[in-house]
Design a protein around this ligand. Structure first.
Ligand SMILES: [Zn+2]
Length: 260
């Protein structure tokens, strides 16, 4: 079993994170994690313990990415400002980065023909430098529905460059709602559910908060260790904050709080 650790570790993690819905890039992220830790463990027990750590670390990272999406505004760069802005407002930051690549890639598409059949526009496009591959995309002007030939959507769950090309050609300024899957949506509710879990008084609540703080501190460690002056500032800041927290914690404890 230990000999095959790479295989089952992958299955274990992908089931936790990917479960048939995550993108390939997400799975690659998990693979990189597995590679890193399966080299440094020697027993099954260590391995299982490490797997749990990996899971926690991964969740924390995801949570912080999510918080980042909520609190920062990206710079628009594609030139298709309306649609890009809309994408930034509906997708989590992580997915938006991938979506943006598809918007950018519309420049490499060449329009071959555009035919109208009642209210449906059928676009035929080819890729720059690949004149042999032709893709048809249909756009329903009254329904806003897009029908497409390529597999990208099924695989990734967000619109491909062909769809964006058609949206651009039709002067569409927002991505049709049906094309923004719930699982990639930047939504406030999921943050609230995290906060609810953070607020838990159980051991699980403690672990979640502990893990989130741990992950949030990585940047502090990284920057704080660069130079002596930064190190001093970071260390003083941490000590000051710890004193403040201790005071509050003690007041809470004396006031009949449960400690956690
Ligand atoms: Zn496509």
């Amino acid at each position: 079993m230990y000999e095959r650790r790479r295989m089952w570790a992958n299955a274990y993690l992908q089931d936790k994170f990917c479960a048939g819905f995550r993108t390939t890039s997400r799975c690659e992220g998990v693979n990189a994690f597995v590679k890193k830790f399966s080299k440094t463990t020697h027993t099954i027990l260590e391995l299982v313990q490490n797997l749990e750590l990996v899971v926690r670390e991964y969740r924390n990272k995801e949570l912080l990415l999510h918080l980042n999406s909520m609190n920062s505004v990206p710079v628009m760069t594609t030139g298709l400002t309306s649609i890009e802005q809309h994408a930034a407002s509906v997708y989590t930051r992580e997915v938006f980065t991938d979506v943006k690549k598809q918007i950018v890639q519309t420049v490499a598409l060449i329009l071959i023909s555009k035919k109208r059949c009642l209210n449906t526009m059928v676009y035929t496009v080819e890729e720059y430098e690949q004149p042999a591959t032709r893709i048809k995309v249909a756009y329903g002007r009254s329904t806003g529905k897009i029908h497409y030939q390529c597999n990208f959507w099924r695989k990734n769950g967000y619109p491909c460059r062909h769809m964006f090309f058609v949206m651009k050609s039709e002067h569409v300024t927002t991505i049709p709602d049906a094309l923004v899957l719930q699982r990639w949506r930047l939504n406030v509710k999921s943050i609230e559910s995290y906060v609810e879990r953070w607020a838990g008084t159980s051991e699980a609540g403690f672990l979640l908060r502990h893990g989130a703080l741990h992950t949030a501190s990585h940047r502090l460690f990284l920057i704080g260790a660069q130079k002596l002056s930064l190190f001093r500032k970071a260390l003083n800041g941490v000590l000051t904050l710890c004193r403040e927290l201790e005071l509050e914690y003690r007041a809470f404890d004396n006031g009949g709080g449960k400690g956690r």
